[in-house]
Write a protein that binds this ligand. Structure first.
Ligand code: AMP
Length: 127
């Protein structure tokens, strides 16, 4: 059990500078960039620079410095993209997919920040 990090995943390649990205914010421990296939006018992915597979992996093992840096970066991205309600924005949805049931495609923890339009119902009731 536990998590094994695959350093060939696409976000690891972005972090190593092997493939390009549209950076929105970079800090010591965090990178935020535009999603390559945006599902909303604002669609930014926020990732820790450390090798964490998904949210609970990050939440379990990241240092306090990494967690604080990541969390403050989320606030900065929400403000800078204009979606933060506290800064005059109309809101956003934050999503972290994990594993098979969460339909996670890229096995490097990332938080989706999506907004710029109404995001609709949270999830459909099915199966
Ligand atoms: P998830 O299903 O939560 O793992 O979502 C992965 C997200 O990564 C999708 O929204 C993709 O559009 C996005 N994505 C995949 N490759 C890239 C890339 N090279 N640059 C930016 N976003 C990407």
């Amino acid at each position: 059990m536990g998590y094994e990090y695959d350093d060939q995943n696409i976000f690891a390649k972005i972090l190593r500078g092997e493939i390009p990205n549209e950076t929105r914010l970079e800090t010591e421990h965090t990178l935020a960039f535009n999603d390559i296939d945006p599902k909303a006018p604002v669609h930014v992915l926020i990732i820790p620079k450390g090798p964490y597979v998904c949210y609970d992996h990050f939440a379990s093992l990241a240092t306090e410095a990494e967690i604080v840096d990541f969390t403050r970066s989320v606030a900065d991205v929400c403000r800078m993209t204009g979606v933060a309600p506290g800064s005059g924005g109309e809101g956003y949805r934050a999503i972290a997919n994990a594993g098979d049931h969460g339909v996670q495609e890229v096995p490097h923890y990332h938080l989706h920040i999506m907004g710029g339009r109404g995001m609709g119902p949270m999830i459909s009731r099915q199966g």
